[in-house]
Design a protein around this ligand. Structure first.
Ligand code: FAD
Length: 475
């Protein structure tokens, strides 16, 4: 009797406990594209692009080892139990999902499997430890990052990652399932030029993830403490989409970084970011309302003023703030935005423009190749000041000062906002303050070929403070 390996966000062969267990016998690896189960959190456009290429790499790797991947499309809640029945399968293995919808679906699949005497066995390989590995002294989940991270580090050594099985014994399926193209992952409006630059930057799949990890360790890890804040440099790992899709496990990353430099310097700072990822998942697990509702109840009354035109200017990188526009255009072009700029762009949207954080989160969800329910929701709540780990007043970022500090030579802005390329550094982050002669000689006509700012920094800050002060309880 074959076992079933149900793959989801664990698209790799190494350090894969569910695969290792299934590899003991004959197994059928299956991926089900289930567009309905996630509701409004169904895959965005950039995620679909990534998944398409990642599945392509994975099916090749699995076929080479003797266990071709079965691709199905539809309701996994019925498809997985039906497949188990059809194959007269023994056990069904998967890696745990941490999203509310993923958990609900796994529970429903398990109920259906049990009716036929089977069971879904879940392994926790998407995190360093499980989502419930640490609790406060009072036995409650953590809501603040620093004590959470301390508790994680006190757990001791992160378990060593496992290797990939050399050979697999694959089971066959009578119909062979769908071809990858038939999954029609990309919606029609996203086919063609939109993702053309993605292929220059990204190599989805396990081999691409390992290459990215090695490249980061040799080139950027030691200087990460400073480099990570400079969007004009390649100072971060860009592992986020690989981690999201489980093409590399956090244990593999942790192990490689510890071998490369341990807890010290840039390596140590980087490991703390991996713990932020762990923290987001801990939060999502214990506060499943995280993607939808503010964790601080008083923020239900935050005086947002939804405005489709403002939102669209922000989405298209036409806010008039060069650092924000560069970020939003980087996002559209490459499916990724530097973390520092995500914070600046998020703050402008929510605090200065009073647009709901969930609209920003939804845009990121559609356009980021690393769109991740835990990380995206947790960070948007953090930026909006409504998360549990918050200091809302400190997080009214001044986009001019941030631009000057973190893109002092303007490399980043000039790369993504080419119409400002000839503006001298002094005015680059606030073109509206530049004398007319300077603008003219740089070929800039504000309001014509580059926008005036949607709101000036001082006015934006005043609006944000007023909005925060209007909340019922002091924050
Ligand atoms: P590195 O700096 O190399 O960090 C290594 C890894 O640590 C990342 O790959 C990521 O897995 C994790 N990490 C780093 N920063 C954070 C953080 N602040 N929170 C949680 N984990 C972190 N990250 C996503 O993976 N998906 C998202 O959808 C997402 N949405 C975000 C939305 C906003 C408004 C903000 C401010 C941040 C968001 N982040 C998100 C977090 C962070 O910006 C990205 O993880 C990071 O930029 C990815 O680039 P990197 O892999 O080079 O990061």
């Amino acid at each position: 009797r074959p076992d079933i390996l149900w793959l989801r966000q664990d698209l790799r062969l190494s350090d894969h406990a569910a695969l290792a267990e299934a590899a003991g016998g004959t197994m059928l690896p299956v991926y089900v594209l289930d567009d309905a189960a996630a509701g409004r959190w169904t895959l965005g456009g950039a995620s679909r692009w990534w998944l398409h290429h990642s599945l392509s790499a994975l099916s090749q790797a699995l076929a080479e080892r003797g266990a071709p991947l079965l691709l199905l499309k539809g309701n996994a809640e019925t498809l997985i139990p039906a497949l188990a029945q059809e194959l007269d399968a023994g056990r069904i293995f998967a890696s745990r999902l941490y999203s509310p919808w993923g958990r609900a679906r796994d529970a429903a699949v398990n109920t259906a499997l049990r009716r036929a005497g089977r069971e879904l066995t879940l392994h926790d390989t998407g995190l360093l430890f499980g989502p419930d590995a640490v609790r406060t002294r009072q036995g409650r989940p953590y809501s603040i990052y620093t004590p959470f991270a301390r508790a994680m580090l006190a757990l001791g050594e992160v378990p060593q990652p496992g290797t990939a099985p050399e050979r697999l014994r694959g089971a066959t399926h009578p119909t062979g399932g769908l071809a990858l193209e038939e999954l029609t992952l990309l919606p029609p409006e996203r086919q063609g030029p939109w993702a053309s630059a993605f292929t220059d930057l990204w190599v989805p799949g396990e081999a691409g993830a390992q290459a990215r990890l090695e490249g980061f360790l040799t080139e950027a890890a030691a200087g990460y403490s400073k480099g990570r804040d400079l969007p004009g440099q390649d100072g971060t790992s860009r592992l986020s989409p690989h981690l999201h899709w489980g093409e590399v496990s956090p244990r593999q990353v942790w192990d490689a970084v510890m071998r490369g430099g341990g807890h010290h310097g840039g390596h140590g700072v980087f490991l703390r970011e991996i713990l932020w990822r762990e923290f987001s998942h801990h939060m999502l697990w214990h506060r499943p309302e995280l993607p939808e509702f503010p964790l601080r109840a008083e923020f239900a009354d935050f005086p947002y003023r939804p405005d489709a035109a403002l939102l669209r200017s922000w989405q298209r990188g036409r806010t008039g703030y060069p650092i924000v526009d560069a970020g939003m255009r980087q996002l559209w072009k490459l499916g990724w935005m530097h973390n520092r700029v995500r914070m600046i762009a998020g703050s402008l949207l929510v605090k200065h423009l009073l647009q709901p954080w969930w609209d920003g989160a939804a845009w990121f969800w559609d356009t980021l190749v690393d769109a991740d329910l835990a990380n995206n929701s947790q960070n948007w709540q953090w930026i909006a000041g409504c998360g549990t780990d918050s200091a809302p007043y400190f997080r009214i970022f001044n986009p001019v000062l941030q631009g000057r500090k973190f893109d002092p030579t303007g490399d980043y802005v000039r790369r993504f906002v080419p119409e400002l390329a000839r503006l001298p550094d002094r005015w680059l982050h606030e073109p509206w303050e530049a004398p007319g002669t300077v603008l003219a000689s740089a070929g800039i006509q504000l309001g014509r070929n580059y926008p005036e700012p949607l709101i000036r920094p001082a006015a934006g800050r005043a609006i944000a403070l007023q909005a925060l002060q209007s909340l019922r309880r002091p924050v």
